[in-house]
Design a binder for this molecule. Structure first.
Ligand SMILES: [Zn+2]
Length: 244
């Protein structure tokens, strides 16, 4: 059992027993990792404050193949993101993205792009006010790099390319848009012309700002899709939405 070294972002921290903590991490080299930090011994107490949610840290750990939890040996800070909790909106935004990442990924699946997005979010949420359009953009970015992006280009039922002006039917069940013909026999929601076309062009232009007038509709599409298709009902999202 070799000592592993990695970089990680702390997603959550739970108390376990009298002084132990169970930490959920998203690591650079090994994706999601659940670990235990034993707080009982004096030598380990010193890094307990490092293992706070949203921190960017360096860790050393042991993991036995048949064990669910890794054992943290050492941890030190790369970037402290304490301060996020001072603003309720920042805290909810960071919590939402931590929960979203946790729910969307499996243990041990490396995803460097996702790590970078999450690192960026935690850092920026600490230093500035993250607006609703940024939240939606990063939500889309995460869906893209995890392979869960809905299909905004062609009909998800028959595969036909749909021209931009006809991109108005979105099926949360099928996970994408429908052409006019398929819309006759399937359930969907209708959106104004331009909303879905905006989303499909967003995929091409990286990190472009979304049209502000469409934002409410886009949020509606994403919420329906995430709740139904990924079977995720995020606690943190409800609170965040009230604040947005
Ligand atoms: Zn079709």
């Amino acid at each position: 059992m070799a000592l592993q070294k990695d970089e990680a972002l702390v997603l959550t921290k739970l108390s376990y027993g009298e002084s132990d903590k169970i930490i959920r991490l998203f690591t650079l080299m090994n994706g999601k990792l659940s670990a235990i930090a034993k707080g009982g011994s004096k030598s380990l107490k010193r890094f307990m404050n490092t293992l706070e949610p949203f921190n960017h840290i360096r860790i050393e750990y042991f993991k036995k193949q048949n064990k669910a939890l890794a054992m943290i040996e050492n941890a030190d800070l790369i970037e402290s993101n304490t301060g996020i909790e001072k603003s309720l909106k920042s805290f909810c935004t960071a919590s939402f993205f931590a929960e979203f990442t946790d729910r969307l990924t499996k243990e041990g699946e490396k995803n460097k792009e996702l790590f970078e997005i999450l690192k960026y979010i935690f850092l920026n949420v600490r230093d500035s006010n993250f607006g609703s359009s940024y939240i939606v953009i990063h939500l889309l970015n995460i869906l893209k790099v995890t392979g869960f992006m809905p299909n905004f280009k062609s009909c998800v039922y028959c595969g036909k390319e749909v021209p931009d002006v006809e991109k108005v039917f979105f099926s949360k069940e099928k996970g994408g848009i429908l052409c006019k013909a398929c819309s006759l026999s399937l359930s969907y929601k209708t959106y104004p012309v331009g909303v879905i076309a905006g989303l499909s062009s967003y995929e091409k232009k990286e990190n472009s700002l979304l049209d502000h007038a469409s934002l409410g509709y886009i949020q509606d599409i994403m919420e329906d899709f995430i709740a139904f298709h990924l079977d995720i009902k995020l606690k943190s999202y409800k609170l965040l939405k009230r604040l947005m």
